[in-house]
Design a protein around this ligand. Structure first.
Ligand code: ADP
Ligand code: MG
Length: 694
């Protein structure tokens, strides 16, 4: 085996490489810019660019690209070579500071949600020096933010960077009041990535998988996940080889791929990295998804990152583990060892509790997509209702703080903030509840609603911003107080009283919880069209503009892009369905019907041979076939109606209320046909073929 230590980060222009390759003064200038968030001067940029180029060429690079994250959810890149004519017919390699700092890709081919109409087509990419450059496929990749000519964010990185800054600003106000020696905070994120692996040959035979990334048809296989034999089961050789290969490729890129195991569903797996800063973690997760897809091909496999590739079988999510850490290495969501540290922990905890309750809608919106709608609430993933799991111990402590003097229960004792010690919350006492969408797991929160294919930028932008807002409210009060500890206790107590309705330690999958949540006044935004319009609610526009995460125009543009994305996805899936029904399923059923007709005739030729069941089968099949025609016609009409919708809001609701039900109807008929048509007639691989053939 190759030496892991040598391999790890070998393709990354990281801090160690910079220290080695940059002149001391340049390195210091760059560090200073990073710490003070100031732009780099051109002379320094020129030196860095040149060193980067030489380093990249040694690793086989011939090109460079600004790598960015437009609103499509995947990454984009445009490659330029390092060559420059020397004037005498030869070339030299060159990479200037100007090219490192700024690029100008044409923005007009990326979603802008109307921003393009008012501004120029030109877009800018700007180097993000807080995420290291790296070499992949003979190219030097430079992580960048992407914005319009007027400076409007057109990507997923810009708001994330802004939200990290907003949280830093507010958290530091609190920490300074508490006498901390920290200079800054960062949000830490560890996204656990779920995925399916299936055989590539079989995949290519399914138009739905190829076009939409999920199956649109498929009867339930005789065996699914009911034996519960896949979770943590022995990893099959082909999958094992894939995982090893993936680890090595990710390690080269400096990605801390750590844990791999089989998931609950057949053919489902998970990869968890070691957590890092939110910005880099987001870049790394994008790279991980890209590598997962690409390496699968080499192993004759396909990696499905869709949230719900198979009906009736668990979907895939991405658990976003989130915390706040100081530059001095203190995890602010770790219960401390002294009463004073515990008071600080409780204050930050209460900021998160208040944030999740006040902005349930934004958290739900941050995970809304056509694909994830099939997963949330499907009794396997968290429901669409946002609540928080804290575990019994911590909940009891909060109750004790809230009830103060009126506390009577003998079992529990009064907990005084700043006086008492908190127990440490072992992971196993906090992590038992797997049904909660937002769980405290000892020293971090695990947001379990994000879908497997999504960028984690959105959920973290929301988390950072809403917690920044609550910290801001706390800091506003504390800065005016003469008695900070007493004020803190009051703030903590008030937050618990006002927001305890969001805490739920029970089974989130139960029907009783849906009723209970309604009684508590919690939101239940079951579909994307229900959730998205809340993005533009007054309180949310106020929040994002106050903390300078989005302008109102940027929010409107994002609403437009997300709604459009939802409608386009449904439209493509619906078109793929009618296509498969008419060109594959209906003809196959027809052929089998004709063969049954021949069988019947043959039976009737022998006087006395029983043929009643054969004729029953013919009647049943022709009934289903006729229904398939009718269902396909109905879906065609539903699709035709999409273009009559006046705007994206109306269109999303129309897709949900008219197109999806027509899709579901056609699927039921087609899946019944699958169960009534001879296997050799069926035009594509079945669920059993796909799920048990890796
Ligand atoms: P599991 O959920 O598989 O039992 P862990 O709870 O140890 O395992 O970790 C899950 C994920 O959470 C990992 O990606 C890990 O790096 C990440 N994680 C651990 N601590 C933190 C933290 N303080 N901030 C963000 N992510 C974290
Ligand atoms: Mg987890």
């Amino acid at each position: 085996m190759e030496n892991i230590k040598e391999i790890f980060g070998s393709m990354v222009f990281n801090d160690a490489v910079m220290q080695e390759r940059l002149p001391r003064s340049t390195y210091k200038a760059l560090k200073n810019c990073l710490e003070t968030d100031t732009p780099l001067d051109l002379a320094t940029a020129n030196v860095i660019a040149n060193a980067m180029k030489d380093w990249a060429i040694e690793r086989g690079a011939t090109h460079f690209t600004h790598w960015f994250q437009p609103m499509t959810g995947v990454t984009a890149e445009k490659h330029d070579s390092f060559i420059t004519p020397a004037g005498d017919g030869t070339v030299i390699t060159e990479f200037r500071g100007k090219e490192l700092i700024k690029g100008e890709p044409d923005a007009s081919s990326f979603p802008s949600g109307g921003l393009r109409a008012t501004f120029e087509a030109r877009g800018y990419t700007a180097w993000d020096p807080s995420s290291y450059a790296f070499v992949k496929d003979d190219t030097l990749y430079i992580p960048t933010a992407f914005c319009s000519y007027g400076g409007e964010a057109l990507d997923k990185k810009t708001p994330l960077l802004r939200s990290i800054q907003a949280l830093d600003r507010q958290a530091m106000r609190i920490l300074r009041l508490l006498g901390s020696d920290a200079k800054s905070i960062n949000t830490t994120v560890g996204p656990e990535q779920e995925y399916f692996l299936i055989d590539r040959e079989l995949y290519l035979k399914r138009r739905d998988l190829v076009i939409t990334g999920k199956t649109l048809f498929g009867a339930k296989p005789p065996k699914g996940q009911e034996l519960e034999d896949h979770y943590f089961g022995a990893i099959k050789t082909r999958v094992h080889e894939y995982m090893r290969d993936l680890d090595f490729e990710l390690w080269k890129l400096g990605i801390h791929a750590k844990t791999e195991h089989n998931e609950v569903a057949p053919a489902q797996h998970e990869l968890a990295p070691i957590f890092g800063g939110a910005n880099v973690a987001t870049d790394h997760n994008q790279l991980t998804m890209e590598m997962m897809r690409r390496l699968a091909r080499k192993h004759g496999l396909v990696c499905l990152l869709h949230e719900k590739p198979f009906a009736g079988i668990n979907g895939s999510g991405k658990h976003n583990n989130w915390s706040i850490s100081t530059d001095t290495g203190v995890n602010l969501l770790e219960p401390g060892k002294t009463p004073a540290q515990n008071a600080q922990f409780l204050l930050f905890l209460c900021a998160v509790i208040s944030a999740v309750d006040d902005y349930q809608d934004l958290l739900r919106i941050s995970v809304a997509s056509a694909g994830n709608d099939h997963r949330l609430g499907a009794n396997e993933a968290p429901p669409a209702i946002i609540s928080m799991f804290l575990g019994d111990e911590l909940t009891e402590i909060l109750e004790s703080i809230e009830h103060e003097n009126s506390y009577t229960d003998r079992k529990k004792s009064l907990f005084e903030v700043g006086v008492h010690y908190l127990p440490s919350f072992a992971k196993d006492s906090t992590d038992r509840n797997r049904t909660s969408p937002f769980a405290f797991t000892g020293n971090k929160f695990e947001f379990r609603m994000p879908g497997s294919s999504m960028s984690i930028s959105g959920p973290n932008v929301v988390l950072n911003t809403i917690v920044a807002e609550e910290l801001c409210r706390f800091a506003d009060v504390m800065e005016c107080s003469d008695d900070v500890p007493a004020t803190m206790t009051t703030l903590i107590k008030n937050a618990i009283t006002a927001h305890k309705r969001i805490i739920f330690n029970g089974n989130n999958y139960s029907d009783e919880w849906v009723a209970e949540a309604k009684r508590r006044g919690l939101l239940n935004l079951t579909s994307t069209p229900d959730a998205l319009p809340h993005f533009l609610d007054r309180k949310n526009v106020d929040l994002f503009t106050k903390h300078k995460i989005f302008t109102k125009e940027e929010m409107e543009s994002r609403y437009e892009i997300l709604s459009e994305g939802y409608c386009k996805t449904i439209n493509i899936e619906a078109l793929t369905m009618t296509d498969m029904a008419r060109s594959q399923i209906i003809p196959a059923a027809g052929e089998y019907l004709a063969s049954l007709g021949k069988t019947y005739k043959a039976a009737c030729m022998c006087p006395g041979a029983p043929a009643a069941r054969i004729s029953d089968a013919i009647v049943k099949l022709s009934g289903l076939l006729d229904r398939a025609y009718a269902d396909a016609d109905a879906l065609d009409s539903a699709i035709a109606g999409i273009k009559n919708c006046s705007d994206v809001t109306v269109m999303s609701k129309y897709c949900r209320d008219s197109v999806i039900p027509a899709m579901n109807k056609l699927r039921i008929t087609a899946d019944m046909l699958e169960q009534n048509v001879g296997a050799k007639y069926w035009p594509f691989p079945t669920y059993s073929d796909l799920l048990f053939n890796v």
